[in-house]
Design a protein around this ligand. Structure first.
Ligand SMILES: Cc1ncc(COP(=O)(O)O)c(C=O)c1O
Length: 400
């Protein structure tokens, strides 16, 4: 889709925006690769100029925790491809998540969380926030009509993750925006799994987008980062209170790696998705597999919603292996190509066991309630030849 808010005014599409959105050729040197400003602090032209910059009367850089040109290049690009007004980069996805929550909550507030979510997010809202007097209200991602009933005048925000980690449940973002329209509680969408290439939540009625940039945006498994994309109304609180004062800023080097990652995001996502579909189709009907979950498969319970709000279905595939944890462990221990590791969105295929790894912070009851069973395996399908991934899974499944 063509939009108008790109720097060229030429209505760039998403792959072009992701490549050029951080800024063009460096005007001083002609460098084509975005410059890295690996500095902690910035010299002022005079004592008076420094005072004016601190007072907000003059533009200028002060100190990298507060702002840095490389970090701003990354922020500009991600805001552009998500179709948002502003972006604020953080040291990790969890730093961005906690900043979003604390920006809208005080002691006595509550957050409504559509489950499941990444285990770290679950632990933040269930274990950490209650210590600050902030209550977490859990809703099944499929019961969004109930979200409005959980909202009251103390609700700070509604948090959703779609597709959700690890069960790939899909939340209907447009419908959620409709059912919550009576309140002005912001909807925050963790868009890590879909990326802006496949889903743009702000266009569907959400107010804020969060990314663990560590994942597909980085793409190569070599930089941790997070980002919030938000409207003008929230930028002061998020940038100043939540990042400048709380201090979870991104490093310039990571911002530089993430700008580089963004340049290939669109083409990588196409390959992740086509490989994932092949893996999902291979696993479907395999005698040692009970059930496969991939939003692109017609039998996914929310396939119709996925079709409505996504332009691609991503690179994550989960499946329930026949048997239990032991059979899953045998498979994972037998693999020669797929790497037994958490994280996702890398070039390399990664495989893990959510119940004992990424989602081990869930209680036994919550694991059961949100279908994160002992026999659930999650694959982040990489960019290798799909046939090689399939061959590896085949030899691993034969070992069971
Ligand atoms: C969906 C999702 N959101 C957020 C996070 C947290 O991101 P980070 O590890 O960059 O702090 C993760 C990490 O795995 C994730 O999978």
């Amino acid at each position: 889709m063509a939009d108008t808010n790109d720097p060229s005014g030429m209505k760039w599409r998403i792959a072009t925006r992701a490549i050029h959105g951080a800024g063009g050729v460096d005007p001083t040197t002609g460098a084509v690769s975005f410059p890295i400003y690996q500095t902690n602090t910035f010299a002022f032209k005079s004592a008076e100029a420094g005072a004016r910059i601190f007072a907000g009367e003059e533009e200028g850089y002060i100190y990298t925790r507060i702002g840095n040109p490389t970090i701003q290049g990354f922020e500009k690009c991600i805001a552009l491809i998500e179709g948002g007004e502003h972006a604020v980069a953080f040291a990790s996805g969890m730093a961005a998540t906690s900043a979003a929550v604390l920006a809208f909550c005080n002691p006595g507030s509550n957050v409504v969380v559509c489950q499941p979510v990444y285990g770290g997010t679950h632990s933040l809202v269930n274990d950490v926030l209650p210590r600050m007097g902030i209550e977490a209200r859990m809703i099944d991602a499929l019961d969004i009509d109930q979200v409005q009933d959980s909202i009251d005048d103390k609700t700070g925000l509604v948090w959703i993750e779609t597709p959700a980690n690890p069960t790939l449940k899909i939340v209907d973002i447009g419908r959620l925006a409709e059912v919550t329209s009576a309140s002005d509680v912001p909807i925050v969408v963790d868009n890590t799994f879909a990326t802006p290439c496949f889903q743009q939540p702000l266009k569907l009625g959400a107010q804020i987008v969060m990314h663990s940039a560590t994942k597909y945006i980085c793409g190569h498994g070599d930089a941790i980062g997070g980002v919030l994309v938000c409207p003008e109304d929230f930028i002061e609180t998020i940038r100043n209170d939540m990042r400048r004062e709380m201090g979870g800023s991104m490093s310039p080097f990571n911002a530089w790696l993430l700008i580089r990652g963004l340049k290939t995001l669109a083409v990588r996502m196409e390959r992740h998705a086509s490989n994932a579909l092949k893996i999902a189709e291979y696993l479907t009907g395999h005698p040692k597999v009970e059930r496969v979950l991939y939003p692109g498969l017609p039998d996914h319970p929310q396939h119709e919603i996925a079709l409505k709000q996504m332009t691609g279905f991503g690179g994550m595939v989960t499946f329930y292996i026949r048997g239990g944890r032991r059979e899953g462990a045998t498979l994972m221990n037998s693999l020669k190509l797929c790497i037994l590791a958490v994280s996702l969105g890398d070039c390399d295929t990664l495989i893990e066991h959510p119940a004992s790894m990424t989602h081990s912070t869930y209680s036994t009851e919550d694991l059961a309630k949100f279908d994160i069973a002992e026999n659930l395996i999650r694959i982040s399908v990489g960019l290798e030849d799909a046939e090689d991934i399939i061959d590896d899974l085949e030899q691993g499944l034969e070992n069971i």
